[in-house]
Write a new protein. Structure first.
Length: 187
């Protein structure tokens, strides 16, 4: 099974991101739009994993997220990774806050401790909108800010069914706000 950990995107924000993607179509010669049901922010890509390792992964992620708090991330622009004449077009933000980076580091270290070989690229939160795109103009532009809450991490399986890529949620890990201490709790 092909697994990754990611931040899920709720329906209303997926619809907003569809609007962002549509803004690119006027300059699009060709490209493969990502199904909005598959929109997510990848945190850690595990790759091919034997099902027997699933329990250890779930336990490691649960432990890693114990001290992590919810946060959010603001997407402000469309950008692209370019390979040859094709682009992978994605939604991006301008900076990564400390809490989101802490969540990423916790997850990365937890999965690495299980013996996985992980990609060492710099963490760059993004949501892929179009793959293999060829455009008539530079595929970069500013957009109205879109705030995405980071209140859960999902372990997804990437599966191809009937020629379409689907991401199946295997496990959801909620990030819980710490409750403020009350005076009676300190006694």
């Amino acid at each position: 099974m092909r697994l990754f950990l990611a931040v899920p995107i709720d329906r209303s924000r997926r619809e907003a991101l569809e609007t962002w993607r549509e803004a690119m179509t006027q300059d699009l010669v060709r490209g493969r739009p990502v199904n909005s049901d598959n929109f997510h922010i990848t945190m850690v890509f595990l790759g091919e994993v034997d099902q027997a390792r699933l329990k250890a992964i779930v336990e490691a992620v649960q432990a890693a997220l114990l001290d992590e708090n919810p946060t959010d991330f603001v997407f402000t622009r469309i950008d692209a990774f370019t390979r040859g004449s094709e682009h992978l077009i994605y939604a991006a933000g301008d900076s990564v806050d400390a809490r989101l980076k802490s969540i990423y580091i916790s997850l990365y270290e937890a999965i690495k401790s299980l013996g996985f070989t992980l990609d060492r690229r710099r963490f760059k939160p993004h949501i892929t909108l179009l793959r293999r795109a060829i455009t008539t103009s530079e595929p970069k532009r500013r957009m109205a800010p879109l705030r995405i809450p980071i209140d859960a991490i999902v372990l997804y399986e990437s599966r191809r069914e009937h020629g379409h890529l689907r991401y199946i949620e295997l496990e959801r890990f909620l990030l819980v706000k710490p409750s403020p201490l009350r005076k009676k709790d300190l006694r």
